[in-house]
Ligand binder design. Structure first.
Ligand code: CS2
Length: 471
């Protein structure tokens, strides 16, 4: 079968949406670091919308930070790929044309630096996952960005805006601090210039985008009549909230559906503490119960009750600006989680728990305990993660632990001992619990719930209302 490409684009079936603009005229104005499925189904679609509306400044150079797989898949198809938008009603296919260049940083760092320094480049976006912000040095995303900005400064070009699109609280401020550290190591004067000329607004990004499976490739080929080596499936919902604080002219992202606000923090908190918290909870509870996907987990009455209760408890910790929206947000999330066509795997979400728990569950647990608010679902979720780290589900089958701290987590979680001993050892992992571990009654509270999970198994440890069964 022929391959998706600029040449085969015109002959696609009429029901396939495609770039209706001259791709050759589109200029690269965005450098994206970490070109994976989330970027391709989220920010790149927004840039594709801007290009389609006639603004030619927003084509994307997609940079892979480690492996060449994305470049190898997409260059033979001129950067084109399919987004399969799925829900219970069916699948809509859209070919996205925004990616005009694919670079692999370890192979050609100079090309990435040159692109960051290019006159047309006006925006940098990043999806490097939570752990990407811990990495340092010239091969890291932020290190590479600092080198690109050094070249930009040396060439006498203006600054630009850099948007972190990862699920971290205050992602822009965190990025800015990391960037300052990398720049200082290169040249303190560079750090000063970055302070003046580079803006890192906070952003909240949202779209559920599972990893690509062979069935997606087969469906893309069937629908398009040509092969796409790396299509991406996603839910219909998409949201991008960006702090209105740019270096120079603001990109016209509102025209592509983004919301520009003065303070992203309430939005970020709502998303992390409701959506991502429920995702991670379902991942650890559901995987331990032997369930494969988010829709299978949310169909389980006790897990569904648990999630409803979690949202009530977490919503009570949200900033007043968004608290009243939580019930409607939760109702919408239930529908999104129940999407039967996505097959979003729980083990994909379970990855990197040590980097996800702090902003998804631990901060909420700490806030609720300090304020004397109900929080039994948060105890359950954290205890479920501790048990997940030990590597066995309820039936004794092995569970993978894909995490930057995997070896340490596994050793601690598997050490012989009662629930209280396990909890105390896990709470000592500072990267996950930080100051939450100083709460003297947290360990026994968690241990009671962990003990219930160990003795009864996951679903039997949950009452019909989603609370932990009393021992
Ligand atoms: C998920 C997120 O894998 C995960 O940890 O919770 O990727 C989630 O699907 C997105 O944040 C939704 O916007």
């Amino acid at each position: 079968m022929a391959r998706l490409s600029d040449e085969t684009l015109a002959a696609l079936p009429s029901d396939i949406a495609r770039p209706a603009y001259g791709r050759r005229d589109a200029r690269i104005g965005v450098v994206h670091l970490g070109v994976g499925n989330f970027h391709r189904a989220h920010q790149a679609v927004a840039f594709d919308d801007l290009l389609a509306a006639g603004d030619r400044r927003w084509a994307v150079s997609g940079v892979s930070l480690r492996r060449p797989a994305m470049r190898d898949a997409l260059v033979p198809q001129d950067g084109l790929y399919t987004v399969l938008v799925r829900d219970g009603a069916g699948t809509r296919a859209r070919v996205v044309g925004a990616l005009r260049e694919l670079l692999v940083a370890p192979e050609s760092p100079a090309a990435v630096i040159a692109r960051l320094a290019a006159a047309d480049t006006r925006l940098v976006t990043l999806t490097v996952t939570e752990k990407g912000y811990d990495e340092t040095g010239p091969a890291s995303a932020v290190g590479l960005l600092a080198l690109g900005l050094a070249a930009r400064h040396a060439a006498g070009r203006g600054g630009l805006s850099v948007l972190s699109c990862d699920n971290l609280s205050r992602n822009g401020a965190r990025l800015q601090a990391r960037l300052r550290a990398e720049a200082t190591a290169i040249d303190p004067a560079l750090a000063d210039w970055i302070d003046r000329a580079v803006a890192c607004p906070d952003t909240m990004v949202d779209r559920i985008v599972p990893a690509t499976v062979d069935g997606d490739r087969e469906e893309a080929a069937r629908r398009l009549g040509v092969d796409d080596a790396w299509p991406v499936a996603a839910e219909p919902f998409t949201q991008w909230v960006i702090e209105r604080r740019f270096a120079g002219e603001a990109p016209p992202l509102e025209a592509a559906g983004a919301e520009l606000v003065d303070d992203v923090a309430p939005w970020e908190a709502m998303k992390l503490r409701l959506l991502n918290a429920a995702h991670s909870s379902l991942a650890y509870l559901g995987a331990s119960a032997g369930l494969p996907t988010v829709d299978a987990a949310i169909a389980e009455p006790r897990l569904r009750a648990f999630v409803g209760r979690l949202w009530l408890q977490a919503a009570a910790t949200l900033p007043a600006a968004v608290r009243a929206q939580a019930p409607a947000y939760g109702a919408r999330l239930l529908e999104r989680f129940a999407n039967p066509a996505l097959r979003h795997r729980l083990l994909q979400i379970a990855m990197d728990g040590s980097r996800k728990l702090p902003q998804r569950l631990v901060a909420t647990l700490r806030d609720a305990r300090r304020a004397g608010l109900p929080h039994d679902t948060l105890l359950l979720a954290v205890a479920a993660w501790m048990r997940f780290c030990a590597g066995r589900d309820d039936a004794g089958a092995e569970l993978p632990l894909d995490d930057p701290l995997a070896a340490r987590l596994r050793t601690v979680a598997q050490a012989p001992g009662d629930a209280l001993q396990t909890v105390r050892a896990m709470l000592a992992i500072d990267e996950v619990f930080g100051d939450a571990a100083t709460d003297p009654t947290l360990a026994p509270a968690l241990a009671a719930v962990l003990d219930g999970l160990r003795r009864r198994g996951t679903l039997a440890a949950l009452a019909a209302d989603g609370s932990p069964v009393a021992l």
